[in-house]
Design a protein around this ligand. Structure first.
Ligand code: ADP
Ligand code: DP6
Length: 336
């Protein structure tokens, strides 16, 4: 059956030249309205739309070049990975989307400024940067929306990492996935802040992919999720466009807690949140009762991401001194 992303790549590769060294950067992103569940695993199409904020200089920088050794090489944060590692195999499989059955050995060197596989969205920036670097290396004239579709095949959340700022990933309706890609929301919100509260950054026990499949297959609460998640995405988008921070925060936190509730109802239960997560949440809720305007969201890991506006920075850091604060709309170094 047709797959728009694979067809776009195949058509462009038919005209491509030899691989050249090319470096690309993509930011990680945090979903304010989450993607959790697929309607089509082969094309990696989601059950609902989602909306994220990109993490500026937290992301992945990837260089694709011809391999001098004649074999594929994958280097992560300076370490040459064994070909048998799951990470290297996923990178090679993704490069095969481009190469088809042509023998084009590649050297893929990537640096993550986010912890890898800890629920801080390394897969999003990783596959978006890899898509951009492969397109650049082969000189493919894909639009950002087409690259978003291709990145989606590597990891759904990567569809949102082609842009900085707020990005909506439309679920789309087309069977071939041609309308399921990211769309950037216009405008900047300079005061918008994200605090990453790391309670544990070791790799997670269950990947997002396995976790969402298990939830969809076994959680009796999951039947309520797709429609509510779609409604949440619309509400989050309106709040962003209206610059209505409190409404945005309430919908964001409610969406994340509902996603985790559906997972916890899976059989057996899936809990990415730990006692440390809940302790931090209780601290946040107490601060909010005392007037702080900050809200939390959590992904497939125990870490919290807080959203707030610049005037609350001091209070957030007083409550969470270990947090890293990201300014999504701050000026970036060249090449980011
Ligand atoms: P996370 O929460 O960090 O996204 P996942 O388990 O969902 O964790 O994804 C981690 C996976 O993403 C890695 O095992 C690897 O396959 C992929 N990944 C992470 N960083 C990169 C990168 N820089 N380039 C290519 N793939 C990457
Ligand atoms: C909880 O994009 O990692 O972070 O498409 O299977 O690779 P795959 O899943 P992935 O899942 C992200 C899940 C999430 C929510 C989100 O980012 O929208």
């Amino acid at each position: 059956m047709a797959d728009a992303a694979r067809e776009v790549v195949a058509a462009a590769m038919a005209q491509a030249g030899a691989a050249q060294p090319f470096t690309a950067y993509a930011p990680s992103n945090i979903a304010l309205a989450k993607y959790w569940g697929k309607r089509d695993a082969a094309r990696n199409l989601p059950l609902n739309s989602s909306l994220s904020i990109s993490l500026n200089e937290w992301g992945s920088r990837t260089t694709v070049a011809p391999s001098a050794s004649g074999a594929d090489e994958v280097i992560l944060n300076g370490d040459v990975l064994p070909g048998s590692s799951a990470f290297a195999q996923k990178v090679v499989k993704f490069a095969d989307l481009f190469r088809g059955d042509r023998a084009i050995p590649l050297r893929v060197e990537t640096h993550n400024t986010v912890p890898t596989a800890a629920g801080l969205a390394s897969s999003a920036s990783g596959f978006a940067a890899l898509t951009k670097a492969l397109c650049g290396s082969f000189g493919l004239p894909l639009t950002p929306a087409q690259m978003s579709m291709v990145a989606r095949l590597g990891s759904g959340s990567a569809a949102r990492s082609l842009w900085h700022g707020f990005v909506r990933w439309n679920r789309g309706d087309a069977v071939d996935g041609s309308d399921s890609h990211g769309v950037p929301l216009n405008g900047v919100w300079p005061e918008f802040r994200i605090a990453i509260v790391k309670v544990d950054t070791s790799p997670k026990a269950k990947s997002s992919r396995d976790g969402m499949d298990h939830t969809r297959e076994t959680s009796p609460l999951f039947q309520a999720w797709p429609a509510q998640a779609e409604a949440d995405c619309g509400a989050v988008e309106r709040a962003v466009l209206d610059r209505d921070f409190v409404t945005l925060g309430e919908w964001t936190e409610g969406n994340a807690l509902m996603m985790h509730a559906t997972m916890q109802a899976a059989r057996p239960s899936l809990c990415y949140l730990t006692s440390r997560t809940w302790t931090a949440l209780e601290r946040l809720w107490q601060m909010r009762a005392d007037g702080l305007q900050a809200f939390a969201t959590m992904d497939a890991g125990p870490n919290l991401k807080l959203i707030f506006l610049e005037p609350s920075t001091g209070d957030v850091l007083a409550a969470f001194p270990e947090a890293d604060v990201v300014e999504p709309f701050a000026a970036r170094a060249n090449g980011s």
